[in-house]
Design a protein. Structure first.
Length: 114
C-alpha cells in the first residue's frame, strides 16, 4: 500500500518536530539548564518541555517558540542550515503544493475595518 500524501506530510511533520525538539534540547544543555529550569523560565510545565524535546508533533507552536527563544534559538535559526547544510526546519515542499490561480485582484491592505 502506497503512502498517501497526508501520511507523507504527517511523517514529515513528525521528523521536523523531532528535529526541532533536538535543537531545543541541544541549546538547553549548552546553557546547562535543567528541564525544570526551562519550564519555570518560560511558564510552561516540565511535561511540555519533555514532550517538545521528544519531538511530539502536537505541541503548541506558540509555547514551543517561547521555549526556543528562551534557549537562544531565533526564528532564523530554525529555518537556516543545520549540520548537513540543508534547511533545518524549512523543507522544500514548494513542488508538492497545488497550483493556485491568481484571479488578478489584490486584497485591500487598508486598516482592516471594512
Amino acid at each position: 500500500m502506497a503512502d498517501h500524501p497526508a501520511s507523507e506530510l504527517e511523517n514529515s511533520a513528525r521528523a521536523l518536530a523531532q528535529q526541532f525538539g533536538a535543537m531545543v534540547r541541544e541549546h538547553r544543555e549548552a546553557l546547562k539548564m535543567r528541564q525544570d529550569d526551562l519550564a519555570l523560565a518560560t511558564g510552561v510545565g516540565r511535561r511540555f518541555i519533555l514532550e517538545l524535546e521528544a519531538g511530539k508533533p502536537s505541541c503548541q507552536l506558540g509555547r514551543a517558540l517561547v521555549v526556543a527563544a528562551a534557549v537562544g534559538l531565533r526564528t532564523f535559526d530554525l529555518m537556516s542550515a543545520n549540520n548537513d547544510g540543508d534547511n533545518a526546519l524549512l523543507p522544500d515542499l514548494v513542488d508538492d503544493l497545488p497550483d493556485i490561480e491568481d484571479d488578478g485582484e489584490e486584497e485591500d491592505e487598508g486598516d482592516g475595518r471594512g
